[in-house]
Design a protein around this ligand. Structure first.
Ligand SMILES: [Ca+2]
Length: 477
């Protein structure tokens, strides 16, 4: 083996790389370099892909914000932590867990963050996670519930609200152009945090997590991003697409079905697709600003960049909006690793990988000891060689409901034993469920080996605690 490849990450303590952990929220594969929506404009993500390793088959550990982020940042699956939904705090359930920023701090890193890194409601960013942290700045303070967002100054609904023109709709599900300058949108505060951070002198290596809210709803963006999409295309939704699904799949697809029906009834489907595209392109522009600020700084040459989205998004496919399904729309996410020590830059990695793999990846890239509880597998072999082998990604939604994805197949098994199987090369929209075809029994048995063997009971819910935001303490009711 060549000495260069073997020592690429064996850095001396003084040369430990910095890490920029840059994330977006609810961004699916409608990204130029992933090809999910031809015509989408994401020049900055695309140029990052060219200078790094683009993972074209990356999946979240769970298709929902909190379980996905909790899995990524604790390094453990939902079935291990019991954190399956958005109303479960990981901290009081598992006070002993050492998250990625905590681990890096213990090993000499300075950990800083801004925006949505852990889940965004109160109680998900205990102060001891970070040396410094700037909370999420929302574009819609009139919507925010103060008991969940105690740092937000609530204001009355602005004139013209809701901006999508749909009256008495789901409060957060809005879109449009806000009457403010581009630099005054909430996510720009996290972008500025990054720019200021890169201008400072850091005596320790740093881990900087910048979590953008976009393209999560409400899909607010400056007009120029809406104007990029004069004629958005609607997703295909064949009429009989749900007929071959088991009842649990139909149930997941039917969640918040009323929102899809309302959007269609109001004649707003195309507008909503345009808003999602606009929010993606706005996110992309902000990503470009953060990357440019890094490149201009003293840290441009010794910083690993990890770009990820926490889950995908449906825009009417399978008659569903949002996430919370085990299909490609909801589990497939953008993932790029670039910077110090990535070989074969620009070469796509087609192996199935999981966001659960990021914790061990960062530790290995930083030359730190592995954390034994981590359930992902380091991506470093794939960063060294685009053809390395890797364990397929598993995604979980609720106890005992799993999907495993290989380069070709998606196999889903629900807690009641019902199944779906898709050939994602021949059938990328997952129209034909092949699970009932006995010719695939051996394949299913092989894929089922990757499913977790058991699932812990769900962790307590938010309503099971009294939480004091000022002291960041929980008391079980
Ligand atoms: Ca999300």
């Amino acid at each position: 083996m060549g000495a260069g490849a073997a020592t690429a990450f064996a850095l001396q303590p003084k040369q430990k790389p910095n890490v920029l952990f840059l994330s977006v929220d609810d961004m699916n594969d409608w990204v130029g370099c992933l090809g999910g929506y031809p015509g989408v404009k994401t020049p900055n993500i695309d140029r990052l892909a060219k200078r790094g390793a683009l993972f074209t088959n990356a999946h979240c550990a769970s298709p929902l914000c909190n379980p996905s982020r909790t899995a990524l940042l604790t390094g453990m699956r939902p079935d291990t932590t019991g954190v399956y939904n958005n109303d479960q705090w990981w901290r009081p359930a598992h006070p002993d867990y050492v998250t990625l920023p905590m681990y890096l701090r213990k090993h000499g890193y300075h950990a800083a963050g801004a925006g949505k890194v852990f889940h965004h409601t109160s109680g998900f960013n205990p102060p001891d996670q970070w040396d410094e942290f700037q909370l999420q700045e929302f574009d819609d303070p009139w919507y925010r519930r103060l008991e969940w967002y105690p740092w937000v100054k609530k204001i009355p609904n602005p004139p013209g609200h809701p901006f999508n023109g749909i009256q008495n709709f789901q409060g957060e599900f809005d879109w449009g152009v806000l009457d403010r300058k581009e630099e005054d949108y909430g996510d720009m505060k996290a972008v500025r945090f990054a720019g200021d951070f890169f201008q400072r002198q850091h005596s320790k290596p740093f881990f900087l997590a910048i979590g953008l809210w976009h393209p999560h709803i409400p899909m607010f963006a400056p007009r120029k991003y809406f104007d990029m999409y004069p004629d958005p295309k609607l997703p295909e939704v064949p009429e009989n697409d749900l007929d071959d699904l088991p009842p649990m799949a139909k149930k997941f697809a039917a969640a918040r079905r009323n929102e899809h029906e309302r959007i269609v009834k109001e004649g707003k489907w195309r507008d909503a697709v345009r808003a999602y595209l606009a929010a993606i392109s706005f996110a992309d522009a902000m990503i470009g600003m953060v990357l440019d600020a890094l490149d201009r700084s003293a840290y441009g040459k010794n910083t690993v960049i990890v770009f990820w989205s926490d889950n995908g998004w449906h825009l009417g496919e399978k008659v569903h909006w949002h996430k919370s399904t085990l299909w490609e729309r909801a589990t497939h996410v953008p993932l790029i690793v670039a910077g110090t020590g990535v070989n074969a830059a620009g070469a796509a990695r087609k192996q199935s990988v999981s966001l659960l793999d990021l914790y061990p990846t960062v530790l290995e890239m930083c030359g730190l000891p592995a954390k034994k509880e981590n359930e992902g597998e380091s991506l470093v072999p794939l960063l060294k060689s685009a053809t390395a082998k890797h364990r397929p990604a598993v995604s979980t939604f609720g106890p005992g409901n799993h999907m495993v994805r290989t380069e070709r197949w998606r196999y889903i098994r629900y807690s009641d034993g019902t199944e779906e199987l898709y050939d994602n090369i021949a059938d990328r929209n997952e129209y034909r469920n092949l699970a009932g075809d006995a010719r695939h029994n051996a394949l299913k048995a092989e894929l089922a080996q990757y499913f977790p063997k058991s699932s812990v009971a769900p962790a307590p819910e938010r309503t099971d605690y009294d939480f004091d935001y000022r002291t960041h303490t929980w008391k079980r009711k």
